[in-house]
Design a protein around this ligand. Sequence first.
Ligand code: DAH
Length: 346
Amino acid sequence: MALKDRVQDLLGQVRDMKAANAEELEALRIKYLSKKGEITALFNEFRNVPPEEKRELGQLLNQLRQQAEGKINEMRELVESQKAKAERLDLTRTPDPIELGTRHPLSLVREEIIDIFSRIGFTVAEGPEVEDDKHVYGMLNFAPEHPARDMQDTFFIEKEIGEQKPTDVLLRSHTSSVQTRVMTSQKPPIRVLCPGRVYRNEAISARAHCFFHQVEGLYIDKNVSFADLKEALLYFAKEMFGPETQIRLRPSYFPFTEPSAEMDISCDLCGGKGCSFCKGTGWVEILGCGMVDPNVLEACGIDSKVYTGYAFGMGVERIANLKYRVKDLRLFSENDVRFLRQFESC
Ligand code: DAH
């Protein structure tokens, strides 16, 4: 190829040069402009060009070198400014586009429980998670040495807080503690729901955790009966699990209610026929309930001859398990987005 054609060819190559980073740029510089570069080689050959062609070719060659140098400098500025920009990146900033989170299944269930009971007049009350023995057990009719205390594996807080004895301070093991706080600070009629986190000293497994969530219900007024309790819970079960849902109450024992019961709902997986989920019984347990024990009313300064009441308590995880068939409790607190994303449309 004649020298002139090679210059033209290289002019085209120079125009199309591209470099994504400093290394690629340096490679291009070496290829064309270094001592052994292609453009430098043409200049060497230029010495042998006949004098009548020198003028035109010389101009072309100079143009080629200028364009190559210009383009390489231009690209160098770009690469350097990109590098500087990358170094200035604020890695603490929220990435773009912002990914929308989802509501936690336990929040969804808690809100639904509150929503259902708010339609029959219940409001929400809250109490502390770090509690004292009196509000968690004493006022709820747990006798000091009564084995019922062992029902709840309590976390005691060793540190002395104020006047209280060390073992008086504990993490509440049930939201029934909020009952005593509400009853001592409000006058009947009382109709509250107490949602919250509770703690128990349990080994963590698929079926138990050292913390979980409960919603407590309390209704105190004149003439509140067990029939009222049953009616409210039937309404709840149908709203939560569908209109075909049936309930059954089994006698049970809690120190703070008399009589006490545990409530089952008909298994919605098999429609009550019996399956592996309900262990062939057709029923699954969902909550504890009963008539507030007169001793509890009196301990909270409410006249048990004038007022009666009912209470119930349910585990939010338990309800969520039934609703969404989550087999492993630990999923609720691990915040694995692959689990949480499944609740996106709920
Ligand atoms: N506090 C009970 C528990 O944690 C649940 C419970 C049962 C609450 C009966 C109540 C009730 O208000 O009446 O296991």
